[in-house]
Write a protein that binds this ligand. Sequence first.
Ligand code: SAM
Length: 338
Amino acid sequence: STPLHSPTSLTSSLLKTVPVAFAPPGLASSSSPESSAPPSVCLASPKRSLLYAMFSHVLSPLIKQKTSEGHCSKVAAHYNELQECGLAARSQSRIFFLRNFNNWIKSVLIGECLEKMRKNRRDIGVLDLGCGKGGDLLKWKKGGISKLVCVDIAKVSVQQCSQRYGDMKSRGHSNEPLYAAEFITADCTKEVLTEKYKDPENTFDVCSCQFVYHYSFETQEQADTMLRNACERLRPGGYFIGTTPDAYELVKRLEASETNAFGNDLYSVTFKKKGDYPLFGCQYDFNLEGVVNVPEFLVYFPLFEEMAKKYKMKLVFKRLLPNFSKEQSYKIRSTKHC
Ligand SMILES: C[S@@+](CC[C@H](N)C(=O)[O-])C[C@H]1O[C@@H](n2cnc3c(N)ncnc32)[C@H](O)[C@@H]1O
């Protein structure tokens, strides 16, 4: 249940996913160096009024009208049908190391975020938006959180996630208490989650959205509802963390290709056409080793960042995956040498 999303090949390195973290004003990370080249926009704050009025020269500001059904049911059906094949089969897969790499990235991101949170709070509540089959349940356990709400559009995935949590609970020892958990099936781009929590007053310290947010960029309304769900119930000082594909890299590779597609024998990314990249609804079909085959949408990051301001969020950290992993490896090496 490691996220399979990463439209990259193993050979050409993991350039497509961007770990991001949003926090409400007042808790900027001082240890997050800024990166200069796009898309590494960093440390934006509503107060600092960074100007993102100039949307990219490459991306045209065409906002698609809302479609009634859209691709959500296709996405849900796809993830519902994905089989949980077990570690033995997973380790034989050609994307085994890609999965592990993605999992490691998430572990570090989640671990660092919880470490920051713990400085101010003992009981940490988390919302896992697009939880899938529960690939991060163990990470939340290791992070010592108190409460977890898992939400996903794919009903079968939510059931498997809940089952996995139940198994963890029954296997656990009484001296290592497990967080309380709630499981919700919902389309986070169309339904408002505050109406679905068991406790209508639910609040969170962290919202985690791993390899999911790009599904919401089908329409402006869907992207906004997803953001609302992520941020609406965050306590002041809480974090919104996540990973999403890098639109710049996808467009760069598309433009370099002679067709409307690019990839290798492991993955392919197919656009409808070149040269027209609307801000919402810019669809591409992502296929990975026959496991993932699902429509996704470009997330133009400066726009995402701008939209987050509506929910009083400011960007405190953003990295391309290769840079993030290099930084982390450096940290590990220097800690070992101390
Ligand atoms: C690549 S998987 C990632 C799963 C999990 N976050 C992880 O890292 O293991 C993407 C997940 O997003 C979910 N998803 C896609 N669109 C969604 C939506 N509109 N609302 C809620 N979940 C959605 C899918 O069902 C799927 O479980």
